[in-house]
Design a protein around this ligand. Structure first.
Ligand code: GUN
Length: 283
């Protein structure tokens, strides 16, 4: 079974749209997300456009602020402080990566944690690890929803996560653990990676390496979530971290690239923005 991330994301956006409509009528204004893009990274341009489009679909007001690549760090921090103070701004997202001269950690920590729709603020990260209220990061949250939609309950299963990034690998491992899976966290430097991945009943791949997981590395019946987004150097087409053609025949369920995790990340961003809105407006 191919897990239709596009459809599952559409369904989530429809339910968010309904809740946005109902809450906007009750509260007397619509939620607003501000997306900040510093510089002209082509991949970031695409992400930012897709985020704006999703906002329109669900009825969230969207403002994209474009700043020159040479913008001083202090100017960005000062913009964030004014957005933090603006009661009509519910969510703030700074598109990563940032230019070299800007300290990413400082920028993330400056965003009001209650407007941090990415779930990257240190207090939101701590909340995930300490099981206290927090905004959850969009991609890991989307992965858990894809598993649920595919009818895969992590409880009691062996889950293997390849990749230990702050944005995907680490938080999704924690979420799988909290869903009662037994989790192995590994990476591209893991010795004999195949012997680890063959044990997986759920395999999440966020290694950032084109088609690194091949059919011989997985067991029959595995559920595979491919977080990869690479450009094939030969065909110039998008491809995942999983070699779909050899892995799919063995998998009981697998996400495609594109059309799997990507659309869910954006749908979860819409849900997080709604949650931030409700957090402010209902107080
Ligand atoms: N760059 C790549 N992925 C992301 C994301 O999820 N959030 C932000 N802010 N930047 C990104």
């Amino acid at each position: 079974m191919v897990i239709d991330g596009k459809q599952i994301a559409r369904d989530l956006k429809s339910s968010v749209a309904e809740r946005v409509k109902e809450s906007s009528e009750r509260i007397g204004r619509a939620p607003q997300l501000v997306v900040i893009l510093v510089g002209e990274d082509p991949a970031s341009e695409v992400y930012v456009r897709n985020k704006a489009k999703a906002c329109e679909e669900v009825g969230i007001l969207n403002r994209t602020v474009r700043l020159d690549a040479s913008t001083p760090e202090e100017e960005l921090l000062s913009l964030l402080r004014s957005l933090n103070a603006d009661p009509k701004v519910d969510g703030i997202l700074v598109q990563l990566p940032l230019p070299q001269h800007i300290d990413e950690a400082k920028v993330i920590a400056t965003i009001d944690r209650e407007k941090d729709v990415d779930g990257f603020h240190p207090l939101n990260v701590a909340g995930l690890w300490q099981k206290t209220p927090h905004m959850a990061p969009c991609t890991p949250k989307g992965i858990m929803k894809l598993l649920a939609a595919a009818g895969v309950d992590p409880k009691g299963k062996r889950a293997v996560v390849i990749g230990r990034s702050r944005i995907v690998g680490l938080p999704v491992a924690k979420m799988l653990l909290d869903a009662n899976a037994t989790v192995t966290l590994c990476h591209t430097r893991t010795v004999d990676l195949a012997s680890v991945t063959r044990e997986a009943e759920i395999l999440v791949v966020a290694a950032g390496s084109a088609r690194m997981v091949t059919g011989d590395m997985v067991s029959e019946g595995v559920t595979v979530i491919d977080v990869g987004m690479n450009r094939d150097p030969l065909t110039n087409k998008l491809c995942g971290d999983v070699d779909f053609d050899t892995v799919a025949p063995k998998a009981s369920a697998i996400t495609p690239v594109p059309g799997g995790v990507g659309p869910m990340t954006i749908a979860c961003l819409m849900e997080n923005t709604l949650e931030c809105f409700l957090l402010h407006a209902d107080r």
